[in-house]
Design a protein around this ligand. Sequence first.
Ligand SMILES: [Zn+2]
Length: 362
Amino acid sequence: MDKRHFLKNLGLGASAALIAPSLLTSCDSASTDSFKFWIWINGNNKKTLDEWKTELTSLREAGITGLLVGGGRNMLEKLIPIATELGQEVHAWLWTLNRPGDKKAQAHPDWYTVSRKGESSLEVNPYVGYYQWLCPSKPEVQEFVKQGMVDHCDIEGLAGIHLDYVRYCDVILPNGLWAKYDLVQDHEMPEFDFCYCDTCRGSFKAQHGYDPKDQEDPSQDEKWRKYRWDSVTQLVNQISEAVHAEGKLLSAAVFPYPELARKLVRQSWNEWNLDMVFPMIYHNFYEEEVEWIEYATAQGVNTLNGRFPLNTGIYLPPTQPHEIAKAIEAAKAGGAKGMSFFSNGSLKDEKLAAFQQLGMGK
Ligand SMILES: [Zn+2]
């Protein structure tokens, strides 16, 4: 609720704002009026317009008014008119630095990150076949990535750009995934530690006087760690400037909270110039309970210190219908301004019914 509107409703004049700051603060934090529900929507060109209309309508009835839509321009142009009619806001969900099978990028093999082991992620994909990461330190990559985001900004009715995979390859996986990959990642392993390309090593050496690769254990080098956080931050801030110049909002899907994000994927996201952030607080990936959502949300909110709003991201597949209300309460208690759910394919049947029972769509 707008603060002036709130004062007017209470019958207070503008001067009352000077004597009632605590009243305003408590109203803002306790208010649920502006709490917004979002969902990540996977692109699927096989679905007809009528099928999308039915799906978006049921999401709207479940209270979801923000859509992060993948699948590129075609999907966006198809969904935006339907969503607009339903009063839903649409952002383009785009992959940033992980670019599997990107033909334009592949024409430049030197754009890809190189591990401490000396392998390019173009040729040796860490963990999974779809991991092919570009190096954020290279001016050519920055230009390419930025232009790709700007190219989406002329889509009629689009509200903003939503960055995903805006980070380094996971140097350490969430602990809930270690068994799946048969790994115990209690330290940074050379084959998952990026980026040791000539650009990164060269510009680090120009700044600090030594090559990080010559260190006995580069993972212990704080300056080298910070160099890579800053490399992603400056890329995001370049994108931010370009997207804002086009009159669009910028947001990002990030790891649960800044301290953990820096450690796992070199994302210092509290320093980015975003309009809002969507930390993926996927408690099941970290072998945590639903209660952890409040802790992780609060970590992010406190670190941001009001710089921009935070929307808690929830991974739906293993979340039971009865846990949904609990997850929403946890995010609100942690200070989130909204929530997003991954993804539309999982929000059906009993889970959709659980949303509808909460009456958020009314
Ligand atoms: Zn590099």
